[in-house]
Design a protein around this ligand. Structure first.
Ligand SMILES: C[S@@+](CC[C@H](N)C(=O)[O-])C[C@H]1O[C@@H](n2cnc3c(N)ncnc32)[C@H](O)[C@@H]1O
Length: 226
């Protein structure tokens, strides 16, 4: 049976960053970048915000793909770890902020990426950050990231946020839904086996002039998590 618990950021951050730096860029980021590359000219790399960048593998992938990145994480250990990984020629394109994301004013952006970080916000903090993400996105800009579902092993941890499917669908309101993928399966985490209940999202803020889109979730698929 799943016995994993969430990472204690602060105490265990560095160990987690070392562990996660061994993996390739997340599949969701790769899918998002591929999707943007097939869209029209407005999807050219611009400014991305990486919320909760952790070990920095995905920040590096954004930089490698030509994005200017504002990377935000609450842990100084994340910034130190990332600083050591950034090639000198990419440094000018990266700004790193160490702060709780709910306290950061987000500048205008073409992509806001939040990989496995928003679930670590309490519900009121999540609402604040979610509002700010929408406000920061330029028309035609994208959000990619995850929310956790109510059947996740860690659900019940009051320092985090978990959502029923209908609630997760409601959070997509105002966006055009490009991916809504629900995973509900056994897997593993840094801290051990766990049940993952996750919604992977790729959302587009409608370009100016296009009617506001409703939530149109695509069919559910599942994929393995590590
Ligand atoms: C599970 S890790 C994910 C890291 C990376 N995005 C990835 O996909 O591997 C979550 C990260 O979010 C950061 N984090 C959690 N709560 C945060 C908050 N309120 N503000 C800023 N960063 C936060 C943690 O420090 C950690 O680095």
């Amino acid at each position: 049976m799943a016995n994993s618990r969430p990472v204690h950021w602060g105490k265990e951050s560095l160990a987690y960053y070392r562990y996660s730096s061994k993996r390739p860029p997340r599949e969701l980021l790769v899918t998002t970048l591929r999707h943007l590359a097939t869209e029209s000219t407005r999807a050219r790399p611009g400014r991305a915000i990486d919320l909760g960048f952790g070990g920095g593998t995905d920040t590096l992938e954004l930089l490698r793909n030509g994005w200017t990145v504002l990377a935000v994480d609450g842990q100084a250990a994340a910034a130190d770890f990332l600083a050591r990984r950034v090639p000198p020629r990419r440094r000018r394109a990266l700004t790193t902020v160490v702060a709780p994301m709910q306290e950061v004013e987000l500048p205008p952006a073409d992509l806001v990426y939040a990989s496995y970080s928003l679930p670590f916000l309490r519900r009121p903090e999540f609402r604040t950050v979610w509002r700010r993400i929408f406000a920061s996105l330029r028309p035609g800009g994208h959000f990619a990231g995850q929310l956790f579902g109510d059947r996740d092993t860690w659900s019940g941890d009051r320092s985090m946020s978990f959502w029923r499917r209908a609630e997760a669908v409601r959070w997509t309101a105002g966006y055009r839904v490009e991916l809504f993928r629900e995973t509900d399966e056994e897997g593993t985490a840094f801290s051990g086996p766990k049940h993952w209940h996750v919604y992977d999202l790729i959302l587009e803020k409608p370009p100016r002039g296009r009617a506001r889109a409703g939530a149109t979730a695509r069919p559910t698929t599942t994929r393995s998590r590590k």
